[in-house]
Design a protein around this ligand. Structure first.
Ligand SMILES: Nc1ncnc2c1ncn2[C@@H]1O[C@H](COP(=O)(O)OP(=O)(O)O)[C@@H](O)[C@H]1O
Ligand SMILES: [Mg+2]
Length: 398
């Protein structure tokens, strides 16, 4: 296999800084107080205040008067990976509580009143395990970056941008694994833009989702001569296939483990998990041209995306087909959309057109053209910046 394990510097750093979140679901005040005091005195842990957090590393739960229903909650918390490690405590330590608790997946049972040494020992075991798994993760796992590309309108150059962003990133560093995913169901054009015959699309992959590993993914995806792996959208409707809910999000999330960069031509979003995909993205590029209807769409899209909780700083507006003498200047556009234009890409119809018509990248058609230079500059800034980003455990709290 040509794949090479890339150990990114940011992951290495995180092995020294394992920091685990802790929450208490404890009703008895004294018990909560003594637990808080103990945990606050421990290195490697912090109390997570946010009760709506998606995930917590350690939860201490007090079993109250209805153990049966509590055990059900416990099982589902653990199964759905909301809680990594669960500790229980209860005023009663009878077998009818202890046994089902351990069966449900609890790691330790703290007696009351709380015994400090017992608690410290249990937490230290968790920390040790996390540090070990962090270390092995660091040597085997990438944490690729997703760049979502979205058009303000059809025809503004979204696919051109996605294709040339992915291939330009690859041109910056041949050793990186770069994927390009086409979300435009039925109307995906990515393979056409790159003159590729692809056999497998993501619907096919969805049918084999349980065996998603690096070797399968890379063999299923078509590889372009630039080095980029391409995953096309299904081009026909198959009535029989039912992909799991949130499948595209799960797929992209898994792909982060196998690829360094994943560029997504988002097209028309058809998966309910789009908000999650944006949240998981390093950046969301909103491709537009400097026309009034497009800019109004940009404003609406920015609002909808940030309403899902995605930070505004992640959204970057690309003014494609830019001409200096245009009727609307970047500063006027800024007034309309309320944010800065992130970048302009020069209008170069002949280069853009011959790229499409020959199934080639803009770099291949004319590496010195103004438009190729714009893509190179963008790709260079992304590849450099990515190395400096902190990652590891902190990715959950970004
Ligand atoms: N920088 C550019 N200069 C000139 N034309 C461009 C540029 N980028 C894209 N185009 C042209 O715009 C048209 C639409 O591009 P495409 O990528 O298919 O858009 P979309 O995916 O938004 O529908 C194509 O003819 C393409 O060649
Ligand atoms: Mg398109």
């Amino acid at each position: 296999m040509n794949a090479k394990v890339v150990i990114s510097k940011d992951l290495n750093k995180s092995t020294k800084a394992t920091l685990l979140s802790v929450q208490f679901a404890v009703k008895t005040e004294e018990v909560r107080d003594s637990l808080s005091k103990i945990v606050k005195g421990l290195d490697g842990f912090f109390l997570l205040e946010d009760k709506n957090a998606d995930r917590v590393d350690v939860l201490v739960l007090e079993i109250g008067n209805s153990p049966e229903s509590e055990f059900q909650t416990i099982s589902s918390l653990l199964q759905e990976n909301v809680v990594e490690t669960l500790f229980l405590t209860s005023a009663r330590m009878t077998p009818d509580i202890l046994l089902p608790a351990l069966r449900a997946g609890a790691k330790e049972f703290f007696q009351q009143p709380i015994n400090k040494d017992e608690v410290i020992e249990a937490f230290q075991k968790v920390l040790l395990k996390a540090r070990q798994s962090d270390q092995s993760d660091a040597s085997t796992t990438r944490l690729g970056k997703i760049f979502s590309v979205l058009g303000a309108k059809g025809g503004v150059g979204t696919t051109t941008f996605a294709v040339n962003l992915a291939t330009s990133i690859q041109a910056q560093d041949k050793d990186k694994l770069v994927a390009l995913v086409d979300m435009n169901i039925l109307l995906g054009e990515v393979p056409l833009f790159l003159d590729l015959e692809a056999e497998t699309d993501w619907e096919e992959i969805g049918k084999n989702f349980s065996r998603l590993d690096e070797a399968y993914l890379q063999s299923a995806m078509a590889r372009h001569s630039s080095g980029v792996y391409v995953l096309p959208a299904p081009s026909k409707l198959e009535k029989e296939t039912h992909l799991p809910a949130g499948f595209l999000f799960q797929l992209l999330r898994s792909m982060r483990r196998f690829f360094d960069y994943i560029v997504v031509d988002s097209g028309m979003i058809i998966d309910e998990s789009y908000a999650k995909i944006f949240a998981e993205s390093e950046a969301i590029y909103l491709v537009s041209i400097l026309s009034l209807p497009c800019l109004i769409n940009v404003r609406k899209l920015q609002e909808s995306i940030s309403a899902t909780g995605v930070g505004k700083e992640k959204i970057r507006v690309i003014a494609n087909r830019f001409e200096k003498r245009a009727q609307i200047s970047p500063s006027e556009a800024t007034k309309i959309i309320g944010t800065d234009i992130g970048m302009t890409i020069p209008n170069n119809y002949s280069v853009a057109m011959s790229a499409i018509n020959n199934g080639k990248t803009i770099l291949d058609i004319s590496g010195n053209s103004d438009v190729a230079r714009a893509y190179k500059k963008l790709a260079a800034s992304l590849v450099d910046r990515a190395i400096e980003r902190p990652g590891g455990v902190f990715r959950w709290f970004r």
